[in-house]
Structure formats: structure tokens, C-alpha cells
Design a protein around this ligand. Structure first.
Ligand code: AGP
Length: 640
């Protein structure tokens, strides 16, 4: 195979930002601004391609988006800046590489040999090697190592063979998509079609923004909500052609496609920082509203739970004899918390599974097993593949998701959307708390329709949930002591987290936040496990963070936690204790004490998690890290 050796050939990219535009504005401005709002999705390289007056021009740079904008500024004054100056149609891409060096060559857009077509891509084209081989045998020269370039050359070939007319680029795209295997979102422009952008999607995000005399394509709505809040959801295996006045969606076979229009109620500012240093801090502060919004409209005046998005009938839900919660990372931790409540309220056994492990262990599933797929982005490939496995076993799937129109809710039988608004910081915070709240609503709904809880019992919990936003606000307002503690811990090598009962998943989540933000070793333990090994990690001055169960709840848990604190303290640990107001038993053991308001046992994670989020954010900031875009991570892991 001429060019790169097979060993050098790489799949393209996972979680990228994609923007397309055609209309009356200068395309480069709209596209670059859109990429800025999507930069969290991936930032190893960035590029744009613009079409004007029968010409196509592209610029791309490795590194962060600022490298590209500097290059664009430099060329704006030169002759070849004319296309960028005049062009009102274009596409743009920020890349998070999963394979292949993040360099200029591998950056998108990728061009056809004659420079007539530019193409960008998110996902993985699984059969690109053989497609590339055939093209190379036909003499096509490849400039990069990526699979994306294969699609660019294929598109040029199909364009040459497609019938002339306004649908030519779309028809060429459909022909290409029918040859591709894998997961992909593709956008393309052609220099001879100055007012057309064509997109295609399979297993990867793409949404249309409908404007006045202009239209948009993007990997998520944050890219264009400053221009329009009217959007069109695309389905699987569809091609979309936008012009300034038209949006035409077809299936890969060319037949007209069904689409769903929806209104985006996020304000443009919602995706901005609003004066906070980091999106993460802004999103921590948004948690009270996010919880209130997630509850809104789902509780009747008499305290009954109504889940209008959940289109599983009460009869179906009464048949359920097992629940699986399937998720990754922080979403998985929300499932671990929810397990305690759902089992307690419904008496249905609940298993919480890592999505990446789920289908490989051949789980026992069937029509009576409710699978709850939890995902902020709705595009996590591990979770998508796990829910597909569940559906193959005829198990009903309910999605808990924060992103309207994303793949996971679209492929589920029912969805309960969290209403956290755009979560831009890679480290998940408000999504986590709203995932817990949504899972609690599902648990209460199950208990209600199955009659294992009377209405007044459900409404009692509902009233407790309605108090939570104020409790969370109270914790946020007293974050200053947590910031001071962070300054004292920032140089430690590791921090251990202990919890019991619902506090155990909180310990796991606190550890994950610290790992992904401060790049510090951290581990969460069930406190009762300490004496079975981990306690050997404790030495003089080891920082240990403990969330103490309420003494007013199951006081046995409180008492056992106090003895665990004594065990580690006796071995020299530095105790950072999170305990509720009024619990004075713990004071003598605390080197640092963080107070939270009393809430019922099962709701405690909604308040005790918040100091851990702030702690991780502040330690990362003290270490000079990029809090919103930690190294090696992307916001949505859209590859397995
Ligand atoms: C959490 O802070 C991380 N960003 C990560 O663990 C995330 O929760 C996980 O990748 C799942 O993402 P999802 O909710 O979008 O599916």
C-alpha cells in the first residue's frame, strides 16, 4: 500500500466539535464562534473550510483553537484571504484525537485531490483501510493518516458520477455513506456549490439549526444558539442538505426522511461562563436551579409523580422484576446512589453496571428487566452499545439524559431528560446531581404505579426533594472554607475518600473528580472495607475525606463511621470531615470540618457531593491546571 504503512494508518477521532453554516453572515466568523462554544468536545487541532466565488479555501492547525484563529488573522490581510473574507458558506472542526498524532496534517478539514471538496468527520470509519487501499490502487494520493481523508476522496469520486443539479452533493454523500461502516458524522462543502453544506450521521451527533435566511449544522446546539433556538433533530442514517433557505433531509437510500423540530430553551449566555473563572464553577453554582428544573412539572399538586416523557405503560412497569442501571464514570456513580433509593422504595432488585463491561458479561435480561441508561451527553458509545445489547434481549430501556435529540434517548423506549442545561466543563457536576434526582423520580414513579408506596408516602419524599435546591444553595454559599482547605491539600500526593451507604458512591465520585481535575491519585472506599486492606495506605499526615451519615437517620451508620474515623486517625490520618450541622460528635476528630444542612438519608448525596466538587476544582486551579478541559479527557466519549 503506497503512502503510510498500514501500521501508521489511523482511525480518525472521537469526541469532536463540528459546525456548518450557510446564509448571509461571513461564514468564517459564524463557524469559528461555533467551534469556540464546542471546544470542550475536543481540542487537539482545529480547522475551517470556506466557499466563495467558485473557490474553496481551508485552514487547519494542531493545538487549541487559538492557533487556528491566529493563522486566520495572519491570512486575512493577504490575497488568499479573499475567500475567507467573502465566503458565506463553510464548515469547521475541533478534533479530539483517539488515534493518530494531533498534527496539522491529520487535522480536519480533509480535501479531495483537486481541492474541490472539503470534508470534516467525527467518529470512526471501520472499513476505511480497504476503501483507502482501493483508492490508492486507482492512483489516489493520500496526504494524511486518517480515515476521514478516505471519505473525502470517495466523495469527490461519487460527486463526479452524480447527476448534476442542486442535489448533486447530497446524492454523492448518500453514495459514500452506503459504503461506510462504523460511526460517523460527516460535513462537506464543494467549491461549485457556494450556498450548500451537506451533512450525514450514523451513531454520532449532528443537529440542524433553522435560522432566518441562514441555516446551521453542529454536533450540539451550543454552537448556534446565539443565532437561533429552532432546531431539527436528525435520525440514524440520514443525509441533510442546508442552503440559506432550505433544509432537506433524506435517508441514505434517498427517500425523504422523518425529522422532529424542537425549540431550544437555553439562552446563549447559558453556555457562557457568566463571570465565573471556569465553566465548572458556574455549573456547580447552577445546581440548585438544575435540580429545581429537573423536578419541575413532574410532581402534581398532590405530590404524585408524573413522567410525561416516560412512554412505558404502568402495566409494563408493574411487570418489571429487575432493574439495571447502565452508565460510565460520574453517570455510573449516580446509578450507584440511585440503587439505594429505588430498592428501598420499590423492593425491586437493582444492579448498577459499567456500560463498558455490561454486554461482555452476558447479563440475564428480558422483557421484565428495566434497563436505565444514564448519560449526560447521550453520545457515550459504551452506553449506546450497552443499551443496544439490552434491546436485542427485548429489555425495555429508559434513558436519563441531559441532551435533547442525542443518540441514547433516541434509541431508548422512554426518556426522562435532566434539565441541567449545557454542561460544558468536562468534569460533570450538575449533570450528576440531576441524574440522581431523575433516577429518584423514576424510583418513585415505579413505587407509585406498582402500589408499593401510598400516595402520601410518595408525596412526602416529593416534598423532601423540593427542599433540596435550597439545601444545595446553602452548601454552595459556604464554599469559602472548602477553598481554604484546598489550598492546604494542593501539594499532597494522594487523598482517600470514605463513605458508607449512599455515602460510598459519593466517595467514589469525590475521588474521580480529584483524579480527573488535579491529576492526583485518589481513591474512594466503603469505610467498612478499610480494615480489609486499604488501611495500610494510611500513614502520618495522610489526608482522608469522610462524609458522615446523619445521626438523625440510621444512627448505626453514623456510629460506625465515627469508629472508622477513629481507626484512621489513630494511624496518623489528617481528617477532612463533611458532617451535618449539629453533629458535634465528630468535632474532636476533625482536622478540617465542613458543615452541610440536614437532609434525609437517601438525599444526602445531593448536598455532600458539592464540597467535593469544589475541593477538586480548587486543588486543580491551585495546581494551575485547565479546569474545564483536563488533559487527556473529552466531554463526550463517543468511541468505545
Ligand atoms: C465525569 O466527570 C466525566 N466527565 C466522565 O466520567 C463522564 O461522566 C462519563 O464519561 C459519562 O459521560 P455521559 O454522562 O455523557 O455518558
Amino acid at each position: 500500500m503506497p503512502g503510510c504503512s498500514r501500521a501508521q494508518l489511523h482511525y480518525a477521532d472521537g469526541m469532536c466539535g463540528i459546525v456548518g453554516y450557510t446564509g448571509r453572515q461571513r461564514a468564517v466568523d459564524v463557524v469559528v464562534d461555533g467551534l469556540k462554544r464546542l471546544e470542550y468536545r475536543g481540542y487537539d487541532s482545529a480547522g475551517v473550510a470556506i466557499v466563495a466565488d467558485g473557490k474553496l479555501d481551508a485552514q487547519k492547525r494542531a493545538g487549541k483553537l487559538t492557533n487556528l484563529t491566529e493563522a486566520l488573522k495572519a491570512q486575512a490581510t493577504s490575497a488568499d484571504g479573499a475567500v475567507f473574507e467573502a465566503g458565506t458558506t463553510g464548515i469547521g472542526h475541533t478534533r479530539w484525537a483517539t488515534h493518530g498524532a494531533p498534527n496539522d496534517l491529520n487535522a480536519h478539514p480533509h480535501l479531495s485531490e483537486d481541492g474541490s471538496i472539503a470534508l470534516i468527520h467525527n467518529g470512526i470509519i471501520e472499513n476505511f483501510a480497504q476503501l483507502r487501499g482501493a483508492l490508492e490502487r486507482d492512483g489516489v494520493f493520500f496526504a494524511s493518516e486518517t480515515d476521514t481523508e478516505t471519505a473525502a476522496h470517495l466523495l469527490a469520486r461519487e460527486y463526479a458520477n452524480a447527476p448534476e443539479g442542486q442535489d448533486r452533493l447530497s446524492e454523492a454523500m448518500r453514495r459514500v455513506c452506503r459504503q461506510l461502516e462504523g460511526a460517523f458524522t460527516l460535513l462537506a462543502v464543494h467549491r461549485d456549490e457556494p450556498q450548500t453544506v451537506v451533512g450525514a450521521r450514523r451513531n454520532s451527533p449532528l443537529v440542524v439549526g433553522r435560522g432566518e435566511g441562514e441555516n446551521f449544522l453542529a454536533s450540539d446546539v451550543a454552537a448556534f444558539i446565539a443565532h437561533t433556538r429552532e432546531a431539527v433533530e436528525l435520525g440514524q442514517d440520514q443525509v441533510v442538505r442546508i442552503s440559506p433557505t432550505d433544509i432537506v433531509v433524506t435517508n441514505f437510500d434517498g427517500t425523504p426522511a422523518q425529522t422532529r423540530e424542537f425549540h431550544i430553551d437555553w439562552d446563549a449566555s447559558a453556555a457562557e461562563k457568566d463571570g465565573y473563572d471556569y465553566f465548572m464553577l458556574k455549573e456547580i453554582a447552577e445546581q440548585p436551579r438544575a435540580i429545581a428544573d429537573t423536578l419541575r412539572g413532574r410532581l402534581t399538586g398532590t405530590g404524585e409523580v408524573v413522567l410525561d416523557d416516560v412512554h412505558l405503560t404502568p402495566a409494563q412497569l408493574r411487570e418489571i422484576d429487575k432493574v439495571f442501571v447502565i452508565a460510565c464514570g460520574t453517570a455510573y456513580h449516580s446509578g450507584l446512589v440511585a440503587k439505594y433509593a429505588i430498592e428501598h422504595w420499590t423492593r425491586i432488585p437493582v444492579e448498577v453496571e459499567l456500560a463498558s463491561e455490561f454486554r461482555y458479561r452476558d447479563p440475564v435480561l428480558g422483557p421484565k428487566t428495566l434497563c436505565i441508561a444514564v448519560s449526560q451527553s447521550g453520545e457515550t458509545m459504551d452506553t449506546i452499545m450497552a443499551l443496544r445489547h439490552a434491546k436485542e434481549q427485548n429489555a425495555p430501556v429508559l434513558a436519563i439524559c441531559n441532551t435533547i435529540g442525542s443518540t441514547i434517548p433516541r434509541e431508548s423506549d422512554a426518556v426522562l431528560y435532566t434539565r441541567a442545561g449545557p454542561e460544558v466543563a468536562v468534569a460533570s457536576t450538575k449533570a450528576f446531581l440531576t441524574q440522581i434526582v431523575a433516577a429518584y423520580l423514576v424510583g418513585l414513579y415505579l413505587a407509585q404505579v406498582r402500589g408499593v408506596k401510598f400516595g402520601d408516602e410518595v408525596s412526602a419524599v416529593v416534598r423532601e426533594l423540593e427542599e433540596i435546591p435550597a439545601a444545595v444553595q446553602q452548601v454552595i454559599e459556604v464554599s469559602e472554607p472548602v477553598r481554604e482547605i484546598a489550598q492546604r491539600l494542593k501539594d499532597d500526593k494522594q487523598i482517600l475518600f470514605l463513605g458508607r451507604h449512599v455515602g460510598y458512591p459519593v466517595a467514589l465520585e469525590g475521588a474521580l473528580k480529584l483524579k480527573e481535575l488535579a491529576y492526583m491519585h485518589a481513591e474512594g472506599f466503603a469505610a467498612g472495607e478499610l480494615k480489609h486492606g486499604p488501611i495500610s495506605l494510611i500513614e502520618e499526615g495522610s489526608p482522608v475525606v469522610v462524609t458522615v451519615p446523619s445521626p438523625k437517620g440510621r444512627s448505626v451508620l453514623h456510629d460506625k463511621m465515627v469508629s472508622n474515623i477513629q481507626e484512621v486517625r489513630a494511624r496518623g490520618a489528617k481528617m477532612i470531615i463533611i458532617a451535618e450541622e449539629g453533629d458535634d460528635v465528630v468535632e474532636e476528630y476533625a482536622d478540617e470540618l465542613i458543615r452541610v444542612p440536614h437532609v434525609p438519608t437517601l438525599l444526602a448525596p445531593l448536598v455532600t457531593t458539592v464540597p467535593l466538587q469544589v475541593l477538586a476544582c480548587e486543588i486543580a486551579s491551585a495546581r494551575g491546571h485547565d479546569v474545564d478541559q483536563p488533559r487527556n479527557l473529552a466531554k463526550s466519549v463517543t468511541v468505545e
